[in-house]
Design a binder for this molecule. Structure first.
Ligand code: NDP
Ligand code: 8X3
Length: 251
């Protein structure tokens, strides 16, 4: 029975997935920067499953390889990696965007996900068994004003997930890219730099997805028989859909 690593387990999808998956009793590794949050979560879960906490910034390549490479028993044989840590910063137009925000999104959503994947893959290949679950977004496929680098980073996740499948075919490893639309977590609070009112307004008068909805999907994807690979799963709340093209009529 291999272990399950969840990055970004201190909030939102990661925390909800940890809560749900702990019921399986498999060893769980919870990773995030805010260790106090992980400690509180471990307090809830350790009666259900062995839990290991990692204070980890996925942007720190050395730390990712060091911490993932030195997991003790019974956590070292990783069966599932949920690459969930990620964020959006800002919703401004590209010509006004903050370069630091752009770099943080690239470093976290692209490079961090790359490091975690590369650090764990050799174990999975050696075992001939594994499942990488990446958290993409509808923003990977559908542009919206202010989505610029965030959407670009999730487009990387989409294509990287597919290319991983190409590299890993025949090695017993599954790769799934879950692409949610609007979901009320701390995502918008982070995007709007802690402005709770602005974040709350995003979900005013509509029913967004919940973190538990996404956790259910992640657990379902993992639970499928080993010969089934969900490549990509795009999910939106019913209250969200696409809009017409913007057309500049010069007025
Ligand atoms: P939350 O803000 O609630 O959770 C994000 C998690 O990512 C936190 O646990 C945070 O932990 C962690 N994280 C952020 N930066 C780092 C870092 N450098 N190193 C380690 N962990 C980090 O958001 P969600 O749960 O909504 O988001 C989870 C994923 O889902 C993200 O990849 C997001 O892009 C994606 N997503 C979200 C959608 C939504 O509408 N909510 C829709 C589509 C995709 P800590 O700060 O403690 O490090
Ligand atoms: C988060 C969903 O629609 O804000 O990835 O881009 S959205």
């Amino acid at each position: 029975m291999g272990s399950i690593i969840i990055t970004g387990a201190s909030s939102g999808f990661g925390r909800a997935t940890a809560r749900k998956i702990a019921r399986l009793g498999q060893p769980i590794v919870l990773a995030a920067r805010r260790l106090s949050r992980l400690e509180a979560l471990a307090g809830e879960l350790q009666a259900l499953a062995p839990v290991k906490l990692l204070a980890l910034d996925v942007r720190d390549r050395e730390s990712v390889f060091e911490q993932f490479g030195n997991l003790p028993e019974p956590f070292s044989d990783v069966a599932v990696l949920v690459n969930n840590a990620g964020l959006a910063l800002g919703l401004g137009a590209a010509d006004e965007a903050n370069m630091d925000d752009w770099e943080t999104m690239v470093d976290t959503n692209i490079k961090g996900l790359m490091y975690c994947t590369r650090a764990i893959l050799p174990t999975m290949v050696k075992n001939g068994l594994g499942h990488i679950i990446n958290l993409g977004s509808v923003a990977a496929s559908w542009p919206y004003p202010g989505g610029n680098v965030y959407g670009g980073s999730k487009a990387f996740v989409q294509q990287f997930s597919r290319n991983l499948r190409s590299d890993l075919v025949g090695k017993g490893i599954r790769v799934s890219n879950i692409e949610p639309g609007m979901c009320e977590t701390e995502f918008s609070v982070v995007r709007f730099d802690g402005d709770e009112a602005k974040a709350g307004a995003v979900y005013d008068g509509m029913q967004p997805l919940s973190a538990e909805d996404i956790a259910d999907l992640i657990c379902w994807v993992i639970s499928l028989p080993a010969h089934i690979n969900i490549n990509q799963l795009e999910v939106m709340p019913v209250a969200q859909a696409w809009s017409a093209f913007a057309v500049d009529r010069g007025d």
